[in-house]
Structures are given as structure tokens and as C-alpha cells.
Design a protein around this ligand. Structure first.
Ligand SMILES: [Zn+2]
Length: 159
């Protein structure tokens, strides 16, 4: 058995009137991510971390944002697809560690629901998905509330 680690990063601009979806959960807020799909930074960075660890390219390779099929897509679908690809290549998900960077709203209270949604999409126990939240201390676009960003490290086992 061997262990593989992948990293993922994503950022979306936030605009008034868009739904704020993070980790498959809709949060009540006056702004949301601009994107071809639902703009879920956590799902996107997680998808890239999983694909990277498995040597399978990135989210754009599998779900091009030029494809009308993915317009407004629920990003959990991307994770379900990534999980199928991992299964085919005989990888299992050992652990996921993520940090979402956002000024407002507070994400911590929503982590249990996010872990459940992400775990369900990936067919893994929620305990394998560790989530953290940071603000950007008022600095740069994220700090001004103009963007949301996310970093994820994923550990896979191959068997
Ligand atoms: Zn994205």
C-alpha cells in the first residue's frame, strides 16, 4: 500500500444576490460566489486535491467551465465523479484537511452539516473530513469581503 497527498486551492469573487454555497450547504448571506457552477470553493479545492493526489489532473480537465452542462451545477456532483475515478484507480480517501478563508459569515457552526454533505458525496465518514475557517484579517480582496478562498490537502491510500 502507498500513501499519496494532493493539494487544492480555489477562490471565487463574491457578489450581491448570489447564493452562498460552501461545502454543499447554503448559508444565509447577502453575497455569494460568482462562478459557472454553484461556486462552492470548498468542493472545488477538495476535488482538485483528490484528483491531484491520484494523478488525475484537475477539476477543469473533468468539468470544463465552457460546458453548458455544468452551468449552475451542484458541485457535490464533481466530488461524486472524482470518487468514482479514485475507485477505478484503486485509491481510498484516508483524510482531508481544509481551510476556508472568508471574512463573514462565521462558518464554524455549519461545519457538521458540511462534513456530512461532503462525506456523503465521497462515501466516507464525516470524521475523515477536517474543516477549519480563517478570516483574512481585513487584508486584500478576501479581507474586504470581495472573495472567498479555500485550501485543501487530501491524503489517499492506494491498494
Ligand atoms: Zn471554483
Amino acid at each position: 500500500m502507498s500513501v499519496r497527498v494532493g493539494i487544492g486551492y480555489d477562490l471565487h469573487r463574491l457578489e450581491t444576490g448570489r447564493k452562498l454555497i460552501v461545502g454543499g450547504i447554503e448559508l444565509l448571506f447577502d453575497k455569494g460566489p460568482v462562478g459557472h457552477s454553484d461556486g462552492d470553493v470548498l468542493a472545488h479545492a477538495l476535488c482538485d486535491a483528490l484528483l491531484g493526489a491520484a494523478g488525475l489532473g484537475d477539476i477543469g480537465t473533468h468539468f470544463p467551465d465552457t460546458d453548458p452542462k455544468w452551468k449552475g451545477a451542484n458541485s457535490l456532483v464533481f466530488l461524486e465523479h472524482a470518487k468514482k475515478l479514485l475507485d477505478e484507480k484503486r485509491f481510498t480517501i484516508e483524510h482531508v484537511d481544509a481551510v476556508v478563508i472568508l471574512e463573514r459569515p462565521k462558518l464554524g457552526p455549519h461545519f457538521p452539516k458540511m462534513r456530512e454533505a461532503l462525506g456523503k458525496a465521497l462515501s466516507v465518514a464525516g470524521e475523515k473530513i477536517h474543516l477549519k475557517a480563517k478570516t483574512n484579517e481585513g487584508v486584500d480582496a478576501v479581507g474586504r469581503g470581495e472573495a472567498i478562498a479555500c485550501h485543501v490537502a487530501a491524503t489517499l491510500n492506494s491498494y
